[in-house]
Design a protein around this ligand. Structure first.
Ligand code: NAD
Length: 499
């Protein structure tokens, strides 16, 4: 069914909302112990955002104590699997029922179009919670082979208290990727959302509690990385940190784990993903995949197809097609305007960083084909138009650094060997793609590109059944799929000897 809401409808709905900015600890909304708050301008128009509780070590201690009490008291993991499944399914249903509200909160924080927040982010968040709910009563343990005088049970047991630290680009989706399997496995969680995007995390926790999650099973502490994320990762009573964010902070998380209690760590980090197009490819399909793959969410996507590795003979034709698709389909606009396909960048400082990376790239000789400029400045928001640089080499900064803005670097090649070498010449290994009509070559390239996901003749297609995560400095551990449960569990052997 087509959504017929207008910008005025969304604005009216927004006027009825009172976003909540307090921590959610032990089943209650609560202020920071210090009483401090912080806020930031909203990306869509630079107007003041919601005041958030400024979490620090003392707030983290309180949330971890609540999570530990819930875990040790077995108030959640001790319930019948069917009951836990029912509660999590109810949670998914409540997320769907509050879809418009959650979509607006996500848009207020992130600046993405509200239609995308509703149609993609809210939907995938609810789907994620439902996927893991449905696994709860289908997980079997094992009996290991032994002689007749013994019985050895191999039990898959939850870890205890999981700390989840998440980024600002897809807050609801990434929260669900962590909360779904961690809670389905029987753990308690303390979630520290990004300081830029906490509103939906708080609401998700409230809805989880309303659905029946016992107090302490899901706690949210808002605050800055250094002030709240770091004490969570250093905490002696946290068993695991599930982190999504930059490679730089991912490395810190590993050191915090080593400096404290050798807690487990799972890292989903940055990317600079190659999309390789051979001259025999369907160039229309490739142009559409490149444009949407790189510019969706204003390029603030970890697996964005930011490096177009293109056979030299078709570079010019392909760039023209990308220009046409971008102009025709990827409308940049106010996030409450239903016609907008992409909106604002997350904050002014980030926009300045993106613009300065573009300027530095041009100083190195990067040749602009179109776009990559600040636009809609009169709104007070932080908008940058999708842009492409051509005839690049893979050693230029625009081809190496994660820009996290709508900027594509096109790098021409002459042979398949060269294409592969460019594709793999990066510290990252999150995703990649190959476009060709030669299926032997498609298979060879997809096996050889060193990345967690490789698409053939498409980009960014996935569902919950497929694992997502990276190789190399894009991290380790996988979100999504049945396998994600494994990282929130450990094996325990119970050996019984007879006679
Ligand atoms: P970031 O690393 O700056 O922050 C991520 C989270 O870490 C935030 O909650 C932040 O408060 C917290 N943090 C910051 N410093 C910390 C510290 N010293 N100790 C503990 N926590 C700390 O990343 P970001 O700017 O929010 O997000 C963008 C990055 O995330 C990009 O690099 C992007 O590629 C990556 N990302 C990866 C994936 C993936 O699945 N691989 C998905 C989305 C985003």
């Amino acid at each position: 069914m087509t959504d017929t809401r207008t910008r005025a409808d969304w604005e009216n709905l927004l006027a009825t909302l009172t976003p909540q900015g307090r921590h959610f600890i032990d089943g209650r909304l609560t202020d920071a112990i210090s009483g401090e708050t912080f806020s930031r301008p909203r990306p869509m128009d630079g107007k003041p955002g919601t005041a958030l509780a400024r979490g620090r070590a003392a707030d983290i201690d309180r949330a971890v104590a609540s999570a530990r009490k819930a875990f040790d008291g077995a108030v959640w993991r001790g319930k019948e699997p069917l009951e836990r499944k029912t509660i999590m399914l109810r949670w998914a249903a409540l997320i769907r029922a509050h879809g418009e509200e959650l979509a607006l909160l996500e848009t207020l924080d992130v600046g993405k179009p509200v239609t995308a927040s509703l149609g993609v982010d809210v939907r995938l968040c609810a789907d994620g919670i439902q996927f893991y709910a449905e696994m709860i009563d289908k997980l079997y343990d094992e009996i290991a082979p032994t002689g007749p005088k013994a019985r050895a049970l191999v039990r898959k047991v939850p870890l205890g208290v999981v700390g989840a630290i998440t980024p600002w680009n897809y807050p609801m989706i990434i929260d669900a990727w962590k909360l779904g399997p961690a809670i389905a496995a029987g753990n308690s969680v303390v979630l520290k959302p990004a300081e830029q995007s906490s509103l939906t995390a708080i609401r998700l926790a409230e809805l989880g509690f309303e659905a029946g999650l016992p107090a302490g099973v899901l706690n949210v502490v808002t605050g800055h990385g250094e002030e709240a994320g770091k004490p969570l990762a250093l905490h002696m009573d946290v068993d695991m940190i599930a982190f999504t964010g930059s490679t730089e902070v991912g490395k810190l998380i590993m050191t915090y784990a080593a400096q404290s209690n050798v807690k487990r760590v799972a890292l989903e980090l940055g990317g600079k993903s190659p999309l390789v197009v051979f001259a025999d490819a369907d160039l229309d399909a490739a142009a559409s995949a490149v444009a949407w793959g790189c510019f969706y969410n204003s390029g603030e996507t970890c697996h964005a197809s930011t490096r177009l590795v293109v056979e030299r003979s078709v570079q010019e034709a392909l760039i023209e097609k990308i220009r046409a698709v971008t102009a025709r389909e990827i409308t940049l606009g106010h996030p409450l305007d239903p016609a907008a396909q992409i909106g604002a960048l997350i904050e002014e400082g980030h926009m300045e960083k993106v613009l300065s990376m573009i300027a530095a790239g041009e100083n190195e000789g990067a040749k602009r084909a179109f776009g990559a400029e600040r636009v809609m400045a009169e709104t007070g928001g932080y908008y940058v138009s999708p842009g492409v640089f051509v005839d690049m080499t893979n050693d230029m900064s625009l081809a190496r650094q994660e820009i996290f803005g709508p900027v594509l670097a096109a790098i021409p090649f002459d042979t398949e060997e060269e294409a592969l070498s460019i594709a793999n010449d990066t510290i990252y290994g999150l995703a990649g793609a190959v476009f060709t009509r030669d299926m032997d070559r498609a298979h060879r390239m997809s096996e050889a590109i060193h990345a967690g996901t490789v698409w053939i003749n498409t980009y960014d297609m996935s569902n919950f059944a497929t694992p997502f995560g990276g190789f190399k400095q894009s991290g380790f551990g996988r979100d999504r799929s049945v396998h994600a449960i494994d990282k929130y569990c450990d094996y325990k052997t119970i050996w019984q000897q007879f006679g």
